[in-house]
Design a protein around this ligand. Structure first.
Ligand code: ADP
Length: 295
């Protein structure tokens, strides 16, 4: 259009104005085309990057699955020999193969038994984490008496607490504890919290309390006079592989998985778990609140 107008202009003035306009239009056109080319190239690059990212993501996902699968298979493989070690050392201690000749031998077998028990806990934790990550953690909700469940764990744990020279107090208030939940998983929660209390309490006492709170929910607390937890670390304890700074000094065997699993179990029960401590050396308290009927 502008070309035709420039060529057909009659006066010089018109020709200059139209010629100027033509140059502006051409420049504008060039800029526009360059902009479009640039945009097309950027889009192409973005598309390539997105494709690469998707491939890398898929590969990472696959690697992650393989890792979890590996942990799961390795843990399953470890379980069988471990059960044999634990079983035979336990039978030796009970005298099933005759009297143990010397006290030193008893101590050695005792250590084998304790270590195998710890390994069982670690292997089970690893298996549980891989189940949680695959969404394969199974829950079996039934109606049962929570008092019985708690008492069973308490009776099993009491000897371990007393063996360490700690005082143990357990109080269960006189309430009705008929609950709909997963009994095995709630046992695991209490066992885990008591086990931690034992691990992180060099001296003093441990107490367990179970009651119903004002909301009618089940409320359990496990308190100890142990190493305590620095305020800055309390929030992190329920994360995977998380251990407070001083934990390894008191207990070298921890993996930092126990509370992560416990938290997931309590979440599946629509409950909550939290920790309180006045700080380092001031003891710790763990609280678990669960509704009486999760369904
Ligand atoms: P771990 O195998 O390390 O015990 P957990 O997930 O059970 O893993 O606990 C995570 C961390 O929380 C521990 O490493 C420790 O730092 C802290 N913790 C748990 N229970 C107690 C407790 N009773 N007293 C002090 N610290 C605790």
């Amino acid at each position: 259009m502008e070309i035709i107008r420039t060529l057909t202009s009659e006066t010089l003035r018109e020709q200059i104005i139209n010629g100027g306009l033509l140059i502006v239009v051409i420049l504008f056109g060039i800029l526009l085309i360059r902009g479009i080319i640039k945009e097309v190239r950027t889009r192409e690059r973005m598309e390539n990057l997105a494709e690469e990212l998707a491939t890398a993501n898929a590969r990472l996902h696959m690697l992650d699955q393989q890792k979890t699968e590996f942990v799961s298979i390795a843990s399953h493989q470890l379980r069988t020999p471990l059960t044999a070690i634990k079983g035979y050392s336990s039978m030796l201690l009970e005298g099933s193969f005759g009297q143990i000749a010397q006290e030193k031998m008893r101590e050695a077998i005792d250590r084998i038994f304790d270590s195998s028990q710890r390994l069982v806990v670690i292997v089970n934790d690893l298996l549980n984490v891989s189940r949680i990550e695959h969404g394969r953690m199974k829950y079996d909700f039934n109606t049962f008496d929570m008092r019985q469940t708690a008492e069973t764990v308490i009776n099993e744990t009491r000897p371990l607490i007393e063996k360490k020279g700690l005082i143990f107090n357990a109080v269960i208030t006189n309430d009705n504890y008929k609950i709909t939940a997963d009994s095995g998983k709630l046992s695991q929660v209490i066992y885990n919290l008591l086990d931690n209390a034992i691990k992180y309490t060099p001296q003093g006492s441990i107490s367990f309390e179970m009651k119903k709170n004002q909301k009618g929910n089940l409320l359990m607390s496990i308190k100890d006079t142990g190493i305590g937890i620095p305020k800055t670390e309390i929030g992190k304890l329920f994360k995977k592989f998380s251990r407070a700074k001083d934990a390894a000094r008191t207990s070298t065997t921890g993996t930092g998985l126990g509370l992560y699993i416990v938290d997931k179990i309590i979440q599946a029960h629509k409950g909550r778990i939290w920790a309180e401590s006045d700080g380092k050396g001031k003891g710790s308290a763990f609280y678990v609140e669960v509704p009486m009927n999760v369904l």
